[in-house]
Design a protein around this ligand. Structure first.
Ligand SMILES: C[S@@+](CC[C@H](N)C(=O)[O-])C[C@H]1O[C@@H](n2cnc3c(N)ncnc32)[C@H](O)[C@@H]1O
Length: 662
């Protein structure tokens, strides 16, 4: 049921519109809901920061902001031989540092992901050691927090350096979240797993990146109690949930729904009691109550224990039948009973139908309220729980069985992830996880798709870090021949595909395209350094040599270079279909979007070979096509003929961009 809409009395306030647009563009300038001019200036890189009204900061925030801004020269290189069913899949697994990879995805995937799930390193150690580049030396931390002066003398007798543990973690997380935000669709959502070590900081960090107004919930995932808990039992962790644009979800009346767990055993028990008590519904109800009480506290069926009354139609509880809001037309007497204050929940015709179906319960005392039988089979879905129980050890056990030994610690349970994906995403949606670990997110999507008949896709990123030899799992991984965690991710997904591959004609072929983050194939032009004795003529000669020089590293694979230019110069996605055309010794790659709806009118054609007008004719080039060519392999007459036709859709790969006047 959607709420009523109304015609606004005035045209929109342009200032509010501007603020709204700014809030969408720069949410971290609204840390507390209102515009923080200082934060805005900082985001823009302006130096004169105004005094912030409220802000979350840590030593390293400047570095974090810079990390988010600095462009990367890296590329993503396809590796079809390490992929699984390259031609038939839209799922993508990327080896690399996620910050670089996220930056490379920005062109093709801006506003494309429906859901991002991440489970970053929890920062449980004394210092955060995932990437040494992010650690802050103690002296630097103390100086940044005003505890040491410039000469290195203590400014306070009580030195605090506990924050040193958190600062590097925050510095690592901020740019990744800031770049990842661009990938979300307007109705998208991000879910971040975390434990007590950083949950408080992460909430503030997500407020800063996504805007506090987009906070949805902190889900609590109860696992097994910690055996060694001295004060409290612990054992829980959290999933922070933020919308890309919560207002948009509200305006579109978005509802996340999942099937209530634990219904099957309830229905089985009800059927048994209906047969056993045949019409003695009071006795059946008593037995049903006793059965609920016999279940362990965390049994999912217990969440439905208010459905305890049994009749021939099923199990029900007696629900109130008053309207949630006052409605004039719902105020009427019904069979001698007065209406509730706000009126009945239904109009007269519906009340009559419910009466005829025997759904209404009439108390003997007419001053009491009429109730309605609310049957469980009519309410089998609900919003995903904010607190839920799932023993995480079962995930470790399942992964160990799949991999043959325990090669990875603390994987997430695929059934928990699958349930979340089920309620928050739908057909065709893209799910991204850029701290992939063992690849549970991909596995969970493959588990869920056949369950609800949807086709979701995934994109996972995992850094090729070495297994930790100090851990049992690391030793087992090395023994099993895995050189990196990424190799574990890929192998887990290969095994999951074999396990889950649906049979039957037309069943989707499970698989993934594997890309690796690699240094660029392009020659990045360094500025000419003027040295002593260099004449103006020398300078011009060097500049000319640069212009004419090859723009691509010698020996680079043309297909990999074509992918690189496609990713950097267009909005090509990694599931694009690539067709190779061979035209008189000239290779031309045609990139076609996998999602037909996203395909533009023209083709994207890329060639790294010598290219002339004859090749253009053989390709049946149209004015809608985009053509990317190496500047050093195309002569001026070809360029001057094609440029007026294709305009900005003729893209030249050159060391130093030439002006082509049309
Ligand atoms: C807590 S684990 C994720 C576990 C995963 N949810 C699962 O179920 O298996 C975090 C993962 O992020 C990876 N990681 C850490 N820093 C990364 C980075 N900069 N880029 C990509 N992956 C990274 C780690 O190697 C680790 O595998």
């Amino acid at each position: 049921m959607s709420s009523t809409s109304h015609v606004p009395a005035t045209t929109p306030d342009p200032q509010d519109e501007l603020l709204d647009a700014l809030r969408t563009l720069v949410p971290d300038a609204f840390p507390d809901g209102d515009l923080d001019v200082g934060a805005l200036l900082q985001t823009l890189g302006a130096t004169e920061a105004a005094r912030p009204s409220f802000s979350f900061t840590w030593p390293g925030i400047e570095q974090a902001r810079a990390d988010a801004r600095i462009p990367t020269t890296a590329t993503l290189s396809p590796d079809p031989s390490a992929s699984l069913n390259w031609d038939d899949t839209r799922d993508v697994l990327i080896e690399g540092d996620n910050l670089q990879v996220l930056k490379l995805l920005k062109n093709g995937y801006s506003g494309q992901a429906k859901l991002i799930y991440i489970d970053p390193p929890y920062n449980t150690g004394e210092t955060f050691t995932y990437n040494d580049d992010y650690s802050v030396p103690e002296s630097e931390y103390l100086r940044a927090t005003g505890q040491l002066d410039e000469q290195g003398n203590a400014t306070t007798s009580k030195i605090e350096n506990a924050g040193r543990k958190h600062a590097p973690w925050l510095t690592m997380m901020f740019p990744r979240l800031a770049v990842a935000r661009h990938l979300l669709r307007r109705d998208g959502v991000i879910l971040v797993s975390i434990d007590n070590n950083e949950v408080h900081h992460l909430r503030l960090l997500l407020d800063a990146v996504f805007g506090a107004a987009n906070f949805i919930d902190t889900m609590t995932w109860r696992g097994a109690r910690k055996g060694d808990g001295k004060l409290t039992a612990g054992g829980q962790d959290y999933i922070l949930v933020y919308a890309r644009d919560k207002e948009y979800l509200k305006a579109n009346d978005v509802r996340w729904r999942e099937d209530k767990p634990g219904l099957e055993p309830i229905y089985a028990k009800v059927a048994e009691l209906q047969a056993e008590y045949a019409g003695d519904w009071e006795a059946a109800t008593k037995a049903m109550r006793a059965w609920y009480r016999s279940l362990p506290e965390e049994d999912p069926s217990r969440a439905q224990e208010h459905y305890e009354r049994i009749d021939e139609n099923g199990v029900w509880f007696s629900d109130n039948i008053s309207s949630p809001n006052y409605r004039e037309n719902l105020i009427y007497d019904w069979k001698g009973y007065k209406p509730p204050e706000n009126g009945w929940r239904y109009e007269k015709a519906t009340m009559q139908r419910l009466h005829d179906e025997g759904r209404l319960i009439y108390p003997a005392d007419k001053s009491k309220r009429v109730q309605i039988k609310s049957y469980l089979h009519m309410h089998e879905q609900w919003a995903p729980a904010s607190v839920f129980y799932k023993d995480r050890r079962s995930a470790s056990k399942a992964l160990k069985e799949l991999m043959g030994s325990k090669v990875f610690d603390n994987p997430k349970n695929t059934d928990v992830l699958a349930r979340l994906f089920h309620s928050m995403t739908g057909d065709g949606d893209l799910i991204v996880d850029f701290f992939a670990g063992s690849g549970s997110t991909g596995h969970a999507v493959w588990e869920q798709n056949p369950e609800d008949g949807k086709t979701r896709h995934w994109l996972l990123v995992q850094v090729p870090e070495k297994p930790d030899e100090d851990e049992q799992s690391g030793k087992a991984a090395i023994k099993a021949g895995y050189k990196t965690i990424f190799e574990i991710t890929a192998e887990r997904l290969r095994r999951a595909a074999a396990l889950l591959q649906p049979s039957g004609e037309g069943a989707p072929k499970l698989g993934f395209r594997l890309f690796r983050s690699r240094p660029t194939n392009l020659i990045i032009e360094a500025p000419i350094v003027v040295t002593e004795g260099m004449t103006g003529d020398d300078y011009v000669q060097t500049a000319l040599a640069n212009v004419q020089g090859e723009p691509v590293i010698a020996g680079a694979d043309p297909l990999a270079v074509s992918w690189e230019v496609a990713l950097k110069a267009t909005d090509t996605q990694l599931d694009a279909k690539v067709t190779e055309h061979q035209l008189d010794g000239v290779t031309v790659y045609e990139f076609t979007a996998a999602d037909a709806a996203a395909a533009s009118a023209g083709r994207l054609l890329i060639s790294m070979d010598k290219f002339d007008l004859a090749t253009a004719d053989a390709l049946l080039l149209t004015d809608d096509d985009t053509l990317i060519l190496r500047g050093d392999k195309v002569d001026d007459s070809t360029t001057l003929t094609l440029a007026p036709r294709l305009q900005s859709k003729l893209v030249l790969l050159e060391r130093v961009p030439r002006e082509v006047s049309l």
